[in-house]
Design a protein around this ligand. Structure first.
Ligand SMILES: NC(=O)C1=CN([C@@H]2O[C@H](COP(=O)(O)OP(=O)(O)OC[C@H]3O[C@@H](n4cnc5c(N)ncnc54)[C@H](O)[C@@H]3O)[C@@H](O)[C@H]2O)[C@@H](O)CC1
Ligand SMILES: Nc1ncnc2c1ncn2[C@@H]1O[C@H](COP(=O)(O)OP(=O)(O)O)[C@@H](O)[C@H]1O
Length: 551
């Protein structure tokens, strides 16, 4: 599990050490870790695996992030690398600058640095004497280097790159598009301009092959879009780890997911494992019913009860004879949890069942056609953490429109805003609806509602490493079936996921269950390597994923 923190909580952990005068030591530890990762990349760039003869350009901002870069440059110099620092701000960390120069590193200033690129610009005599390079000259230094270290902005950034350095990055990105064999790019702490706390990545950003961060991962490393530009993450311990408070986002990794996935014990029966009721599909859209029930079967549901019309029932049974089908109403059957909504549109009887599920006290995964009625139900009160909404960004936009219509919020973000800061909007949707929200996308975000009144903190998780091949119609129906299975189990065994952490109890268990479902879905997308994963194959892959650990 990766615990990811906000910049503010990392700074709070550092503060006592800074107050005690250990700032330089922290910075040098950070820089040493950064330089080691840079060395690995540089050795790969040299056929003989040597460092001498390799070149590194460090883009250096005016704050401590730039200080890390300068110190790392001095360590690389000592190892024989030819290092040039390009200063992009109106000042530079004095000790870092001294250290790099003492070891023979070159230092130049990017011409045109002005108030636009650094809001706190103060003319600084200590760097005024350095030779300047214009953007074209800086670009040719970058493109001819073996390695570029991005140390312009770290956790102290407010907004994206601006001014001349933004234009330089834009030019470099244009070069990269035509010449994929450019330098390796290593980001210091966070990719410059990416918001450490939300992962927002305002263009332009220098997409990194690797990011080296200090003390702990930041939220931007585990949520979209920040994660997608960060490359491989290395966390360097600097001595603040014990002082960190609660993480802001948990990233579950493959081993956490496989370890926590609930497995039957010898005393279990199909009922004690949790019965899942499914309200999905209509004669017009029967596929969603077939795919979601098939996924539930393959993820090991104890029993599945499908409610729907005769045509769809016949098709579900043809694919999965294990499913118990009827035309009952939700209140007539006893289940531990529901899955409602996939493929439900323009059908009175199925919509009525969806409505009954929303109004029932049971836990429920509410997907696709259940999202609008769920948002409408918020007008009558919070839904409860046991109701799990599973929108993609476009569906979440509609949920927010309904919430705005009911006066629950003034701010209804559109799809683009949601995609720019999914972790923020997933949390907000959970807070406003009172439901657990699973927001789909390149990384999947899961947020529990929390409660200001009861002092219950929101739990937030992220799941990554899903194959982009999942962007296929029907992947969501498969996810819904997997989610239903694990939610039904957790409904019957409230403490089943407690080993994940204290946060995975009470209301947080629904977020934990949803994260496990999304995690298994992501693992199933890559189990046979990278390539197309039609939903039926994806569902079958779930069994392979769940077989990979010993019990
Ligand atoms: N505090 C510490 O002891 C440690 C801090 N470390 C490093 O320090 C970094 C944080 O340092 P700082 O707080 O100095 O912040 P940054 O280095 O991220 O940036 C702050 C500077 O950039 C300017 N700035 C902010 N937004 C800008 C924008 N959009 N465009 C142009 N200029 C902008 C500010 O005016 C300020 O001068 C971390 O990311 C990490 O790399 C590490 O050395 C570990 C130890
Ligand atoms: N680019 C991507 N990378 C990784 N996963 C993705 C990507 N695009 C979509 N997904 C995942 O694929 C699934 C698509 O679900 P959804 O949009 O509901 O599809 P459908 O309704 O057609 O079944 C979600 O789990 C989502 O997180």
């Amino acid at each position: 599990m990766i615990d990811a923190y906000t910049g503010a909580s990392v700074r709070a952990a550092e503060q006592p050490l800074l107050d005690a005068g250990y700032g330089d030591i922290l910075m040098r530890r950070a820089a040493l870790g950064l330089s080691r990762v840079c060395e690995t990349h540089l050795r790969r760039a040299n056929r003989k695996g040597l460092l001498s003869g390799t070149t590194a350009i460090i883009l250096v901002g005016s704050g401590n992030n730039g200080g890390d870069g300068l110190w790392a440059g001095s360590f690389l110099r000592r190892a024989g690398v030819m290092v040039t620092a390009i200063l992009t701000g109106s000042k530079a960390h004095p000790q870092g600058l001294k250290a790099l120069r003492a070891l023979g590193g070159s230092v130049v200033r990017l011409e045109g640095q002005d108030e636009a690129s650094d809001p706190n610009a103060e003319p600084d005599a200590s760097i005024a004497g350095f030779h300047t390079v214009d953007r074209g000259q800086a670009l040719s230094k970058l493109t001819s280097a073996h390695l570029v270290v991005d140390a312009v902005l770290g956790t102290g950034a407010s907004g994206g790159l601006r001014g001349e350095v933004a234009a330089l990055v834009q030019d470099f990105n244009a070069f990269q598009r035509t010449s994929p064999t450019g330098p390796r790019i290593v980001a210091c702490d966070v990719v410059s301009g990416v918001d450490a706390d939300t992962g927002e990545a305002p263009e332009p950003v220098l997409k990194a092959h690797a990011t080296v961060t200090f003390g702990a991962a930041k939220v931007a490393h585990v949520v979209a879009p920040g994660e997608q530009v960060s490359g491989q993450l290395t966390v360097i311990p600097i001595g603040i780890e014990e002082r960190l408070e609660d993480p802001s986002v948990f990233r579950l990794e493959a081993r956490d997911i496989l370890k926590a996935w609930p497995r039957p014990t010898p005393t279990d029966t199909k009922y004690t494992r949790g019965v899942l009721g499914v309200v999905a599909g209509t004669p017009s859209y029967p596929g969603a019913a077939i795919m979601s029930t098939n996924a539930a079967v393959n993820s090991g549901a104890g029993m599945i009860r499908f409610l729907g019309d005769a045509t769809t029932r016949g098709m579900v049974l043809a694919q999965s004879p294990e499913v118990v089908c009827s035309d009952d109403q939700p209140w007539d059957v006893h289940v531990q949890a529901w899955l409602a909504g996939p493929g439900v549109a323009d059908d009175e009887s199925q919509s009525a069942r969806v409505q009954a599920v929303i109004e029932s006290p049971e836990p429920a995964v509410l997907d696709a056609g259940a999202l609008t009625p769920a948002a409408q139900a918020v007008a009558d009160g919070r839904l409860g953490a046991q109701k799990i909404l599973t929108p993609h960004a476009g569906e979440l936009e509609q949920v927010f429109e309904w919430l705005k219509g009911f006066g629950v919020t003034d701010d209804a973000p559109d799809r683009d805003r949601i995609e720019a800061a999914p972790v923020h909007w997933a949390r907000e949707a959970a807070r406003l609806t009172g439901a657990t929200v699973l927001l789909k996308g390149a990384t999947t975000i899961i947020a529990s509602p929390g409660s200001d009144e009861d002092g219950v903190e929101q739990v937030c998780l992220s799941i990554g490493q899903a194959s982009p091949w999942l962007a296929t119609a029907g992947s969501g129906d498969t996810l819904a079936g997997i989610l239903g299975t694990v939610v039904a189990h957790v409904a019957e065994h409230p403490d089943a996921l407690r080993n994940l952490g204290a946060w995975a109890r009470e209301d947080g268990r629904w977020a934990a269950a949803a994260a496990l479902g999304a995690g298994v879905h992501a693992l199933a997308s890559r189990v046979d390597g990278e390539g197309p994963v039609p939903p039926t194959v994806l569902a079958a892959n779930v069994r392979k994923v769940l077989r990979t650990t010993r019990q």
